[in-house]
Design a protein around this ligand. Structure first.
Ligand SMILES: C[S@@+](CC[C@H](N)C(=O)[O-])C[C@H]1O[C@@H](n2cnc3c(N)ncnc32)[C@H](O)[C@@H]1O
Ligand code: SF4
Length: 453
């Protein structure tokens, strides 16, 4: 990058770096209207949108991890007590049985994704029991995926996953540098990951993603370069390269990170750009915010064919109408409304044991929500969007002024109602999305979000 461009980016970062949502949903969770549909209404929404030929997507949250990573912003409980597994499994299966009873049939399962916490906290046989209970009626082209912590994954897990059609895996890597690993309390040798990659290839898993993070304590340009060189040799087909979301006021465990070890906003951006350049040299292409893919991978193909979509789990290869989330904190999406389960494991379990769904909060979409949702998803998946009927877009006049200001800063091109992000502008996509977010604009009580850059 030449000096003029670097200077310009530095100024843009100073101007635009501020707290903002990551938009895995619109509206973002803090701006839901908190009046969840009743259980009856929620089931009504699912029935209204269910199509046998499409089926439903299932998400299962496994809320346990054996060891705390200091940076972690996920919802999880740290424990080494594996006696918790059996009762947890029973409750999740009961929750699914409640859904089947309320719907009056067993839905076709289009996809099943395990997230967490750490799904591989569960013993292989328990994982097997859970998958079998949830996939008795799966579609022919069923997609199964799971988040794997290399430190807790055994060959037996891989055998069960492969046998039952869970063929897409995402490995929590974060960073390979020993100093960074020490600062985040996550020891994970290259050797361990190499051995796991050999096993994954031996069992012919279809897709392997690495989760990496930039902006972690002790990261330097050199450490990011060497992590990326190792990553490129291991050659996963997908890479999520997330910006570290540091919110120590809200997430207590992040107070264990020494803030003097954190890079500045400008350094963060340089770490990201450095990582991105190396990935591109090895053939990875930028498919969406913080996501890279090798040609031939399913996200690369989805991006090329214009089908890339974004939901609570990040980028996916197609839009689907129904997502049912099982387990504490899990979010469900009926395309008409969102609901989220109770966050505390005990409250969640108590509700299910009483024979009720564990819905704690939610949001019923207004017509304006749906318009803005589509705009933001397009912007994040395609890097461009056409504004349709402006009458349906709250605060349009103000939005137009802000778009022109972004255009003056070289972040986007705005012509004939079409917005196209520039190469530089891709790094500011959250800021551009924010101008459409009328909930954010109208709230005096600002929620706590991570920095956009
Ligand atoms: C549920 S974890 C992945 C599975 C497993 N628990 C593990 O860590 O290996 C999901 C991912 O969220 C990302 N993550 C967690 N906390 C984060 C934070 N504060 N900022 C950015 N990314 C974060 C990490 O990359 C992590 O791999
Ligand atoms: S990053 Fe993964 S393993 Fe670490 S605490 Fe969070 S959920 Fe658990």
């Amino acid at each position: 990058m030449n000096n003029a461009v670097m200077k310009n980016i530095k100024q843009l970062i100073e101007k635009y770096n501020r707290p903002g949502p990551r938009y895995t949903s619109y509206p973002p969770v803090p701006y839901w209207n908190q009046t969840p549909p009743t259980e009856e209404q929620w089931i009504g929404h699912l029935l209204a949108k269910y199509r046998e030929e499409e089926g439903v997507d299932l998400y299962v949250h496994v809320p346990y991890c054996e060891k705390l990573c200091y940076y972690c912003g996920c919802n999880r409980t740290i424990t080494r007590n594996h006696d918790l597994e059996d009762p947890y499994l029973d409750v999740v299966i009961s929750e699914w049985n409640l859904y089947k009873t309320r719907l009056g049939f067993t839905p076709k399962i289009n996809s099943l994704h395990f997230g967490g916490g750490t799904p591989t906290f569960l013993a292989p046989q328990n994982l097997k029991k859970l998958i079998l209970a949830l996939t008795e009626n799966k579609r022919d082209n069923f997609i199964g995926s799971i988040e794997i912590d290399p430190r807790t994954c055994q060959v037996e897990h891989l055998k069960v996953l492969k046998e039952l059609g869970i063929t897409r895996v995402s490995l929590g890597i974060q960073d390979f540098d020993p100093k960074v690993q020490a600062a985040i309390n996550r020891d994970q040798s290259v050797k361990m990951v190499e051995a796991l990659m050999d096993q994954l290839r031996h069992y012919k898993f279809q897709s392997i993603n690495f989760d990496l993070i930039y902006g972690l304590p002790k990261q330097t340009m050199e450490s990011i370069s060497s992590t990326m060189e190792i990553v490129a040799k291991l050659k996963p087909d997908l890479i999520a390269f997330y910006g570290y979301a540091h919110l120590p006021g809200k997430i207590k465990n992040q107070r264990l990170i020494n803030e003097n070890d954190l890079p500045s906003a400008e350094e963060r951006r340089n770490l990201y750009e450095n990582g991105k350049i190396i990935l591109q040299q090895y053939g990875y292409e930028d498919v969406g915010m913080d996501h890279f893919a090798l040609p031939g991978s399913y996200l690369y193909e989805a991006k090329s064919s214009g089908n890339l979509h974004r939901n609570f789990m990040g980028y996916v290869e197609k839009k689907s109408s129904l997502l049912i989330g099982l387990g504490p904190t899990s979010i469900s999406d009926s395309s008409m409304s969102f609901v989220q389960n109770a966050k505390e494991i005990k409250s969640y379990e108590d509700r299910i044991k009483e024979g009720k769904l564990a819905i704690e909060t939610g949001h019923a979409h207004s017509p304006e929500d749906l318009v803005v949702q589509e705009l933001i998803i397009d912007l994040m998946c395609k890097g461009e969007v056409k504004i349709g009927n402006k009458n349906n877009l709250p605060h349009y006049q103000q939005i137009e002024k802000e778009l022109l200001a972004f255009q003056d800063d070289g972040i986007l091109q705005y012509k004939d109602d079409k917005i196209i992000l520039s190469e530089t502008g891709k790094g500011f996509v959250r800021n551009v999305a924010m101008i459409f977010d009328f909930h954010l604009r109208e709230q005096s009580n600002k929620a706590r979000f991570s920095q956009t850059i």
